[in-house]
Write a protein that binds this ligand. Structure first.
Ligand code: C2E
Ligand code: CA
Ligand code: CA
Ligand code: CA
Length: 281
């Protein structure tokens, strides 16, 4: 009945209000975290398959919340997007990652082939200010632009309009690397792959989860590799969790990979140890 329906509504109202209050509290906490170093970056090695050399790292943001502990990006990146905080967060990540790279270079821990990969949101890509921010951070750190690689998801690019293509070209013009992230999860990959000014694709881990168990999977990986190379690009394979998967990828001629098998994302103070552990060259 109508009365019952209204009753139900009343019973749920406090819960909804509570949720809304928690959420807006969380947004305020996030705003404060971005301003006062409540975020930190973890770094995960990208490895050259043939040699095991660490060719770079991907910066992955974490939120060290004062009462809730560590919060992972899948939880707060969407919140940042909705609350209009993603540009601020993106700028914080950009500055923190490039300054970190500069200090590794200054300490002679890495050479000039070593790159830091930074995840860029669709919002960043659409903002001309972001290109200026990248230019400024490169200038203030003196880091060579080739050593900074921006990772953009397929979704952000496919959704993209002319402005995005302009932004991509603008970023490319600064000399930074551009990589398509989560490649293989979108739907129109092939049509845009040849037209966009990008350097590499990072193949989504869903494409290799069956590697080592599903006998048809290596053929799929080989086909994707061939497709990417036919477009004049190179691929990085993410989500490698076992020695067998790494071996199959190496055997298929894949060059670079990333995943728990090589290393989990680690705080920056563990990077020197990881680098010390690797083969010379
Ligand atoms: P992503 O860019 O695709 O990053 C890869 C995710 O896979 C990371 O999760 C990483 O920890 C995880 N991963 C790495 N190796 C393995 C593996 O072998 N197996 C499995 N199962 N997972 C693996 P994380 O750090 O939780 O980040 C999740 C997503 O949040 C990222 O996905 C990215 O889309 C977003 N993100 C992270 N940091 C940033 C950032 O600074 N800015 C923006 N805009 N987004 C970020
Ligand atoms: Ca990424
Ligand atoms: Ca990815
Ligand atoms: Ca992802």
């Amino acid at each position: 009945s109508k009365a019952e329906g209204q009753n139900r509504l009343h019973r749920f109202e406090p819960a909804l209000l509570l949720m809304r209050r928690l959420r807006s509290q969380l947004v305020e906490d996030l705003r404060a975290a971005i301003k006062s170093d409540g975020l930190t970056l973890y770094y995960q090695p990208v490895v050259e398959l043939a040699t095991g050399r660490v060719e770079g790292v991907e910066a992955l943001v974490r939120w060290n919340h004062p009462t809730r502990g560590f919060i992972m990006p899948d939880e707060f990146i969407p919140l940042a997007e909705e609350a209009g905080l993603i540009s601020e967060l993106g700028l914080w990540v950009l500055r923190a990652a490039v300054h970190q790279l500069r200090s590794w270079i200054a300490a002679s821990l890495v050479d000039n082939r070593f790159s830091v990969r930074i995840n860029i949101s669709a919002t960043d890509l659409q903002s001309l200010q972001f290109i200026e921010d990248v230019r400024n951070v490169l200038k203030e750190t003196g880091v060579r632009p080739e050593q900074v690689v921006l990772e953009l998801t397929e979704v952000a690019i496919v959704k993209g309009n002319e402005l995005d293509r302009y932004s991509l070209a603008g970023l490319r013009g600064l000399g930074v690397g551009i990589e398509i992230d989560d490649f293989g999860t979108g739907y129109s990959s092939i049509s845009y792959l040849r037209r966009l000014p990008v350097d590499r694709v990072k193949v989504d881990r869903s494409l290799i989860t069956g590697l080592g168990t599903d006998p048809s999977q290596p053929a799929l990986v080989a086909a994707v590799l061939q497709l990417v190379r036919a477009c004049g690009l190179e691929a990085v394979w993410e989500g490698v969790e076992t020695a067998e998967q790494a071996g199959i990828l190496r055997g298929l001629g894949c060059l670079s990979a990333q995943g728990y098998y090589f290393s989990r994302p680690v705080p920056p103070d563990q990077i020197p140890l990881l680098l010390a552990d690797q083969p010379e060259g």
